[in-house]
Design a protein around this ligand. Structure first.
Ligand code: ZN
Length: 86
């Protein structure tokens, strides 16, 4: 018998793949593993939900209207700080 499920992705890996996951640029296997991880890991799910909402908002803003890069850097720093406290 073969292993039915690959080992669960850890949080570092999930966070590293999150960007591509949200852009739907991962392979089907990685998407499955991401979804499996997000289903079990509240922290990564929260970050993923937040990132997705953030991207949707950025898409609605015209790039010239504010400073998305600066804003993103701030939020990324905040998220990194939160991740560090877990
Ligand atoms: Zn996680």
């Amino acid at each position: 018998m073969t292993e039915a499920t690959p080992p669960m992705m850890d949080c570092d890996q999930a966070m590293a793949e999150l960007d591509d996951f949200l852009r739907a640029e991962l392979s089907v296997e990685l998407i499955d593993r991401m979804e499996a991880h997000l289903a079990r890991c509240g922290h990564c799910r929260q970050v993923g939900t937040y990132e997705r909402a953030f991207r949707a908002r950025l898409e609605r803003l015209d790039a010239g209207r504010c400073c998305p890069e600066a804003l993103r850097a701030r939020i990324t720093a905040l998220l990194a700080r939160e991740a560090g406290t877990s």
